[in-house]
Design a protein around this ligand. Sequence first.
Ligand code: GLU
Length: 428
Amino acid sequence: MKEAAYNAYTTAQRQFDEVANIIDLEQPVRELLRQPSREFHFTIPVKMDDGTTQVFNGYRMQHNDARGPAKGGIRFHPHETVDTIRALSMWMTWKCAVVDIPLGGGKGGVICDPHNLSLAEQERLCRGYIRQLAKVIGPTLDVPAPDVMTNGQHMLWMLDEFETIHGGRFPGTITGKPVGMGGSLGRTEATGYGVIYSLREALKVLNLDIAKTSASLQGFGNVAEYAARLYTQLGGKVIAISCWDNQDKKAVTFRKVDGLDINAMVSIKDTFGTIDKVKAQQMGCELLDGDQWLAQDVDILLPCALENQLTPATFTKISAEVKVICEGANGPTTPDCDELIKAKNIYLVPDFLCNAGGVTCSYFEQVQCNTNYFWSKEEVLEKLDFKMTTAFRAVHNLAQEKGLYMRTAAYVIAINRVAQAVKLRGWV
Ligand code: GLU
């Protein structure tokens, strides 16, 4: 398995250790929380459409379930690594804790490229994944959801396999399901909208009018799409979007200095967030190098793709205009780059706070499934906004009060909550 130059798990542990020192966390609590409590590594044989069998590697990491069942997405990605999933499972624990929902942290993944799999092969992969985990996930144990390159259809195939094995209907097993099949209205929008609720609050504290701001985005999957939609609805201008081009196997930036039409961009992207270059040019977009999204004269950067994108090397490209970074992705910034962001006094809304809208809505989905009563979209989004805004304010206030970097303040709140739960349970 290929390891990136930056290892997400090392980053997650380093971030944790730093805050554990600040809050003087007891040694056994540190040992417990700086690694996943359970890990599942397994093979998934899949019958391919051409009659051959391909064996995939799948994982599920349960970092912590002291505050509630483990919770977190399943990612399909060719460059997925064990350590990335470990890191992502840790970040899920902090994410659920910072927005104060009664769930722990977990994450899953399969090393595969869904671009190269037919729908029937993807369905068999989803079912094979669940057959390996059916005994250790469920509404009271560990609740998966979509993540990078997985969607509601994948979740429904997974749920169907789980229900076939266990005999019954257990809709609270998996979230991010299609609406009408146990899914919640607003779940598709939730992560991206949550990013913009956080941005809106950040701009308030900075005394900036959102309608006078501009932004540049990395990624055009689910999170970036809905972040861009809400941001432009609130009057902001998206100048550039960088996304993965599967044809050329590299990222490309689409730019329009007078503002991209987000509906039009969505209409020319595929389900994995790749924008059609020819159609984009016909619409008047300029095509630039993949990292050029960073170099635009914008007020706001929204990294909404993968880990390790903001590094000291890429940070040199950032425009002096940038005032706010909202991390829609998990782990987009490396710890050495955090130091540069601090030094430049850029306001950062850290990942596990900024992108917590998805899992918060997943929690609402579980509540609705458990009561078998589904809310209107307005009700879901209103509750989501309230949760996100409350969490943002608590982190911002602590950062102000103690002179902390926003990421550190978010960690202080989250780690304290989880540490209290493990202690109350008598685990340490
Ligand atoms: N995959 C999303 C995340 O990283 C959502 C997780 C969930 O809804 O459980 O937050």
